[in-house]
Design a protein around this ligand. Structure first.
Ligand SMILES: Cc1ncc(COP(=O)(O)O)c(C=O)c1O
Length: 451
């Protein structure tokens, strides 16, 4: 069969209830989904419940899950730690309408892992955190312009948003005022010379980046780049903002900044920082954060927000960060991710399919359908050694990605784009089962002649 018909037929057969719900969703939600990254064709699976590394859809199909709450769940779904902490808090109040002890402990848990967090301001999401970080930088420097890197994602607020590519597809800047776009300069993530020239103009309030490369490292960034950006920003009176919404407490217990040994002026956090519940924070230099203080008088930066430091997020965040500090779940998740990427490379070789996989901490990235360097034995792979830094790493084209993901869903694995976010509760057996399911999906694609 020379099309993906067999894969698609099976997808429809296995997901009839999801199809029905998706039809209803189209009448309620634009495009039928509630997040751009959930857009999928012919429709996305509708998930009923999730525990540990697994989830089940409304048709009763079981999946090994690598979306992991868009990267928010280092401990898998509904970890007993978090269920216990959140359940106890629900009974004690879900909004105190005032300050709480919980936010103190949550902020201290962040500081314990992230020494650059001299002061902390909680937000409700990563988008709000980047918005506040840029506002603080503008207020502190008296400059309006922001320098950001192409395809790096910082949420959808007008201050940092730029058209480009994410792991969820292309995004346009429609609806973002031209005046806001004009304040944002976008440079290729390897164009350090161009960035140096731009910063020398003295116009830029801040440089913001995903420190491991765009879309949580889908296109990896050579570590020398953030280090050079640290030196350049210091030289030109520009602030350096690390967006660690994904990498915070995942790239390392102390985030990408610990691994890179770079101390940014400001860091944005969310996802794992809030224990997988809604919540975020902007943290960093005390003098910058203190612009929010009422002591700053007429020059202060305003920051209300009904759900800032919400008690449920506070207890979940504190509990997750305490476990990260004391139990090293990162080491387990990282080991499983590397087991997964090694196995996927072996499976690709066995299937004689072009592509490769690599792991960065507990984040696994997969490229399919394109010849790309990988070690012959499939045992070890390090992007730095085998590809070097590139600004245009080939990404799996849509003609392969979606049929592949449909095939993989048919076999019971769900991915985040073409990547896998691994938790500390994925077992070795889960990873072995995942590799087998990938191999089955590769065979389906080979049969369909799309790989
Ligand atoms: C690097 C990065 N920054 C910011 C955001 C926005 O965070 P949120 O979705 O919580 O608004 C995301 C979301 O995925 C992200 O990946």
């Amino acid at each position: 069969m020379s099309s993906t018909t067999a894969i698609d037929q099976e997808f429809f057969t296995r997901h009839a209830e999801s199809a029905r719900r998706a039809e209803e969703a189209r009448t309620l939600f634009p495009g039928g989904v509630t997040h751009d990254a959930r857009h999928f064709e012919p429709f996305g699976i509708v998930v009923d419940r999730a525990v540990g590394p697994r989830k089940w859809d409304v048709d009763g199909n079981e999946y090994i899950d690598y979306v992991m709450g868009h990267g928010a769940l280092l401990f898998g779904h509904s970890h007993p730690y978090l269920v216990e902490a959140v359940t106890a808090q629900v009974e004690r109040g879900t909004h105190m309408g005032g300050s709480s002890e919980l936010e103190l402990r949550w902020a201290q848990a962040i500081q314990r892992l992230l020494p650059s967090a001299e002061k902390v301001r909680f937000t409700s999401s990563g988008t709000e955190a980047t918005m506040m970080a840029v506002r603080l930088a503008r207020a502190a420097t008296g400059r309006d312009r922001l320098l950001r890197l192409r395809n790096h994602f910082h949420g959808w607020n007008d201050s940092v948003f730029a058209a480009g590519r994410t792991s969820a597809g292309n995004i346009a800047a429609n609806g973002q005022p031209q005046a806001m776009q004009d304040l944002i300069a976008v440079y290729d993530q390897t164009d350090v010379a161009g960035i140096a020239k731009a910063l020398a103009t003295g116009e830029f309030a801040a440089v913001i980046l995903e420190p491991t490369g765009y879309s949580w490292g889908t296109c990896p960034l050579e570590p020398s780049v953030p280090r050079e950006l640290r030196a350049l920003t210091e030289q030109h009176g520009t602030l350096l903002i690390f967006d660690e919404v994904v990498t915070g407490f995942r790239a390392d217990a102390g985030g990408a900044q610990e691994r890179l040994e770079v101390r940014p002026d400001l860091t944005t956090l969310a996802k794992i920082a809030a224990g997988g519940l809604p919540g975020g924070a902007v943290v960093g230099r005390a003098d910058l954060l203190d612009q929010i203080s009422f002591d700053a008088g007429g020059g202060r930066v305003a920051h209300p927000g009904t759900f800032n430091a919400n008690p449920l997020s506070a207890v979940a965040g504190e509990r997750a960060l305490r476990a990260i500090a004391e139990e090293n779940p990162n080491a387990v998740a990282n080991e499983r991710a590397s087991q997964l990427s090694r196995g996927l490379n072996r499976a690709l070789i066995e299937a004689e399919a072009p592509g490769c996989a690599w792991a960065d901490a507990s984040m696994v990235h997969i490229i399919l359908g394109q010849d790309i360097d990988r070690p012959a034995d499939g045992e070890t792979w390090d992007w730095g050694q085998h590809g070097g830094p590139q600004s245009t790493l080939p990404v799996t084209p849509g003609t392969v990605a979606w049929p592949f993901r449909r095939a993989l869903l048919n076999h019971g694995v769900d991915l985040m784009g073409m990547g896998a976010l691994v938790s500390c509760v994925h077992t070795e057996a889960d990873i072995d089962a995942t590799i087998d399911r990938f191999a089955a999906a590769f065979s389906d694609l080979r049969r369909a002649e799309v790989l």
